[in-house]
Design a binder for this molecule. Structure first.
Ligand SMILES: Cc1cc2nc3c(=O)[nH]c(=O)nc-3n(C[C@H](O)[C@H](O)[C@H](O)COP(=O)(O)OP(=O)(O)OC[C@H]3O[C@@H](n4cnc5c(N)ncnc54)[C@H](O)[C@@H]3O)c2cc1C
Length: 297
């Protein structure tokens, strides 16, 4: 890692080579990492370019709310975008950098009396992570509001603009999920609305999250994607797995769709629990459920 340290030092890009994934992920799990904190898109792009040119493994994350890192950490650099966080409102459009928190963007929409993004209030991710995952809740998805994404193509080294159609949004999926592009920023197009109604909706959805989700324990949100036409949490509950525990990882008693870290959970515990749940559902229902959590090993 000596070369990359020289590179980051020369370019004034902050890093910490003794960071633990458990300290920058909402799951509070994962071993030692070399974390890089670019402060702008140029720093992000140049770090990715350096890694590619020098054969250094890298991964780009935002708020770390949908990821599980190995107990051994990551054998490369983890580029964390949360320092790249400008949010600007121009008319009905919000322009947000990849590391801007959804929470901040939702607040900007509310401040501008703009409606359409309320569904995202309470999702603890960044714009980059939300675009990558096509995050959604309560009947809304990022695909409903994104009008433009600016991304860096790691293969040809160019910055490209995507309109909504070329983002390839699907259920918890997008063209970015392949890993070939780094999301740098996005434009969110909303409509004029009533400020009180926007606030009421945001408060209502946040209240529903608090009452249904195990927010008092670390997690990465829904552990599994919805199976077409079925709520996976319900399938897991019907299989009697609520409270099922492996080491420190547990199927939440409050919401069976969540795997929580009850304390001291390892990535190995979570992976074993995911494997067990998949096996039980396969035997009971004859279907394969797919993790929503992104595993970074
Ligand atoms: C309590 C809780 C509730 C949640 N509720 C919801 C919900 O209702 N709906 C929902 O959809 N999700 C939910 N999530 C999951 C998560 O918050 C979302 O998927 C969120 O969009 C992830 O954003 P992030 O910045 O944390 O991404 P990260 O976890 O940091 O990364 C997720 C993936 O995106 C990639 N990525 C991140 N940034 C970039 C970038 N700039 N360019 C390219 N790739 C990038 C990473 O490599 C990784 O593969 C919840 C999570 C928790 C903990």
């Amino acid at each position: 890692m000596a070369d990359i340290k020289d590179y980051l030092n020369e370019n004034g890009i902050p890093y910490d080579d003794n960071k633990y994934a458990k300290d920058f992920t909402t799951f509070k799990i994962g071993g030692r990492c070399f974390a890089v904190y670019p402060g702008d898109a140029d720093g992000l792009v140049s770090t990715v370019r350096f890694c590619r040119e020098n054969g250094v493994r890298y991964t780009v994350i935002g708020c770390g709310s949908n990821v599980l890192f190995s107990d051994n950490g990551f054998d490369g650099v983890v580029i964390i975008t949360t320092g790249i966080k400008s949010v600007k409102r121009e008319g009905n459009v919000i322009k947000a950098d990849c590391g801007a928190a959804l929470h901040t963007v939702c607040k900007a929409a509310y401040n501008g009396s703009l409606t359409g993004l309320e569904f995202a209030y309470g999702i603890p991710g960044s714009i980059g992570g939300a675009v990558f995952m096509n995050a959604g809740a309560y009947g809304g998805e990022m695909k409903d509001v994104i009008s433009k994404v600016t991304a860096y193509s790691v293969r040809d080294g160019k910055t490209i603009e995507f309109d909504n159609a070329s983002c390839g949004f699907g259920y918890r999926n997008s063209v970015f999920t392949s890993g070939d592009h780094i999301v740098l920023s996005a434009e969110i197009s909303l409509e004029k609305g009533d400020k009180d109604e926007i606030k009421a909706k945001m408060d209502d959805l946040l209240g529903r999250r608090k009452s249904k989700q195990p927010l008092n324990y670390p997690s990465a949100g829904s552990a599994f994607k919805r199976y077409p036409g079925r709520y996976t949490g319900q399938m897991i509950e019907e299989a009697g797995l609520k409270g099922y525990t492996v080491g420190g990882a547990q199927v939440s008693e409050k919401h069976a769709g969540f795997i929580i870290n009850k304390g001291g959970a390892t990535a190995d515990d979570v992976m074993k629990l995911i494997g067990y749940i998949k096996e039980v559902i396969r035997k009971r229902e004859g279907v394969e459920i797919e993790p929503e959590i992104r595993v970074i090993y």
